[in-house]
Write a protein that binds this ligand. Sequence first.
Ligand SMILES: Nc1ncnc2c1ncn2[C@@H]1O[C@H](COP(=O)(O)OP(=O)(O)O)[C@@H](O)[C@H]1O
Ligand SMILES: [Mg+2]
Length: 309
Amino acid sequence: MTDTTIAPGTGSAPAPGTPLLEARGVIMRFGGLTAVNNVDLTVNTGEIIGLIGPNGAGKTTFFNCLTGLYIPTEGQVTYKGTVLPPKPFKVTQAGMARTFQNIRLFHNMSVLENVLVGRHTRTKEGIVSAILRGPGYRREEADSREKAMALLEFTGLARKASHLARNLPYGEQRKLEIARALASEPGLLLLDEPTAGMNPQETRATEELVFAIRDRGIAVLVIEHDMRFIFNLCDRVAVLVQGEKLVEGTSEVVQADERVIAAYLGTPYEAAPGSTADAGSGADAGSRADADSGSASDAEGTIPEEDEQ
Ligand SMILES: Nc1ncnc2c1ncn2[C@@H]1O[C@H](COP(=O)(O)OP(=O)(O)O)[C@@H](O)[C@H]1O
Ligand SMILES: [Mg+2]
């Protein structure tokens, strides 16, 4: 892999519909287990792409391969045509930010401070300047605070800016993770089960938020179990089953695919987008039972704790 200097995620935004993320032949093996098997995926600018599949299908592992937490056993991942170094902070610097299935916030820091942490890849002033609190540092800090507050407004958390992260209800902790990821000014945002543990109202609000993020020129790749959420939102959906991409297409194509119904949905997905029937619960009831998304304090033991994004 080449460790090339990469343009930041914003400021050099390519035209809508050009390839942003390209994963080719990604394989991830753990000993004898092939968690991700030869997966190709492209995310273009302006797109919202869904990644679905039963628990253990390899979705999170694939995200970890995309974001530098894992070095794929085989295959290649490029962002804006450049091979990404397998270092999470460099991936973030390049313009890809993510949230985690098991929320990772600094629980004893305020909501605002959590977002400020997310800006560190976009600040230039070094440690000496920070200690001396020189004019450059103060200017940059003021700018960061302004941007962080704007993101809290955007995500609906502004009035809780001074609250400790651990005191937020679960749904707002997930939103805060999104705000923190946005603070790194990404060109592509990866969300790992953003509505897990949310009530239906919070889920709808998150749907609106994802559309608003896309409207800001940020492409989105989202893993979710809530089928209504996915099929409402996504331009394309890829289905992973046992590490392999079973099918990829528009919501309509994926919902109607016999193999997807047999392997994952169980029963045909009945509620078309906009319908009032709660089809999501039927489709994910089984796969949700052992989801590890119930607790904000879960440790995601399998991946390193450093280099959050
Ligand atoms: N660090 C790891 N070491 C060994 N096996 C792992 C590791 N991470 C994930 N796995 C295994 O890879 C498979 C895919 O897991 P995961 O990517 O978490 O699935 P999903 O996100 O689709 O539920 C599972 O069988 C899981 O146990
Ligand atoms: Mg997962």
